[in-house]
Write a protein that binds this ligand. Structure first.
Ligand code: FMN
Length: 124
């Protein structure tokens, strides 16, 4: 549907080698819907597939941690060990299969990491 106030929102855009069918972007949101081990849950997949079904064509999945020492929140998504791969593959495939482009925000909170005491020494 064309938005009369913002007609270009509904038009395609090429960024580098990536073709976006429209310009509606979902920014990185950390929603803490992962499983307790940080792997992708059905709830997390359902969250992002609903956004894709709504017509968002560039979807950034929020705040996936890159190492155990920066897991600062319960149920944050992790990408730092092999067992994370099948869930991540399923998640990004689900987004792609709906015609949207997935992107991932990876994080290390450094000194800002808070409260989640797992007995691991800070590396930043
Ligand atoms: C629930 C929630 C979670 C968010 N998580 C992240 C995040 O993980 N990473 C990030 O860079 N920004 C995060 N943000 C900020 C959003 O990406 C975005 O900047 C915010 O929604 C404002 O969007 P706007 O600047 O387009 O108004 C979060 C925002 C909300 C409301």
């Amino acid at each position: 549907m064309i938005n009369v106030n913002y007609p270009s929102v509904s038009t395609a855009l090429a960024i580098g080698g990536v073709e976006l069918p429209n310009r509606i972007v979902f920014p990185a949101w950390q929603v803490n819907y992962a499983n307790t081990d940080g792997t992708v849950s059905d709830k997390l997949t359902d969250f992002y597939t609903a956004i894709a079904d709504g017509g968002c064509r560039l979807i950034f999945t929020g705040a996936a941690t890159v190492s155990l020492d920066t897991v600062a929140f319960d149920r944050v998504m992790r990408i730092d060990y092999d067992e994370c791969v099948p869930g991540l593959t399923k998640l990004f495939s689900a987004i792609s299969s709906r015609g949207s482009v997935p992107g991932s925000q990876i994080v290390h909170y450094g000194r800002q990491k808070i409260g989640y005491n797992i007995g691991i020494r800070d590396t930043a």
